[in-house]
Design a protein around this ligand. Sequence first.
Ligand SMILES: CC(C)(COP(=O)(O)OP(=O)(O)OC[C@H]1O[C@@H](n2cnc3c(N)ncnc32)[C@H](O)[C@@H]1OP(=O)(O)O)[C@@H](O)C(=O)NCCC(=O)NCCS
Length: 165
Amino acid sequence: MPNPKLLRQIPDLKEGFAVRSATAQDIWTIRKLVLSELLDPTQLRWSQFWVIVHHREIIACGQLRNFPDAQELGSLVVSPHWRGQGMGLFLTQWLIQQATLPLYLECLGDRRAAFYTKFDFIPVSLSDLPQSLQQKFRLSALGKRLIRLPIHFMHCPIETITETR
Ligand SMILES: CC(C)(COP(=O)(O)OP(=O)(O)OC[C@H]1O[C@@H](n2cnc3c(N)ncnc32)[C@H](O)[C@@H]1OP(=O)(O)O)[C@@H](O)C(=O)NCCC(=O)NCCS
C-alpha cells in the first residue's frame, strides 16, 4: 500500500483514459511496448506494472520494480501515437505516488534524464545507490565508466515526494 502521508492530487486523465494496475493478460502488450523502445527486456513482472488504457487499449506502461531496500521506476513507455499529450508526465507522477520505498531509476541519454528532472529526480553515483541496485546497475556503471555511455542513475528524494504530494 502506498504511504497515505505521501498521497497528493495529480491532474485527472482526460475522458476515455484510465490508469490501472496491470493484469497477467497485459504482459504481451507490455513486452511489445518495452521491446519496441529497446528498453531493458528483463525483469518485466506484470504485477509491478501500471498501465494507461484508452477505451481498454493499453497506450502506456511503467513499472515499479521492488527490491528489499528500494524501488526502481522503469519500463516507462507511451505508445508513439499517444505521445506529447501528457501521458508520460501523468504516468511518471502516478508511479512516484505509488512508491513506498526510496525510489531510483537508471536511464540512457541526457534527454531522458532531463525528463525525470521535471519530477525532481537528482543524479546519484553508483556508490549512493542501495545495495540491491548497486548490484543490478553494476554492468551499466562499467559501460558508463569505460565507454562513456550516457547512463544516468537518479533518485527521487523522499522529502521531495512528501513536499509535492
Ligand atoms: C519519454 C516518454 C515516456 C514521454 O511520454 P509523452 O507522453 O510523450 O510525454 P508527455 O507528453 O507527458 O511529456 C512531454 C514532455 O516530455 C518530454 N519528452 C518527450 N519525449 C521525450 C523523450 N523521448 N525523452 C525525453 N523527454 C521527452 C517533452 O520535451 C515534454 O517536455 P515539456 O513538457 O517540457 O515540453 C515517451 O516519449 C516514450 O515512451 N519514449 C520512449 C521510451 C522512453 O524513452 N522511456 C523512458 C525510458 S528511461
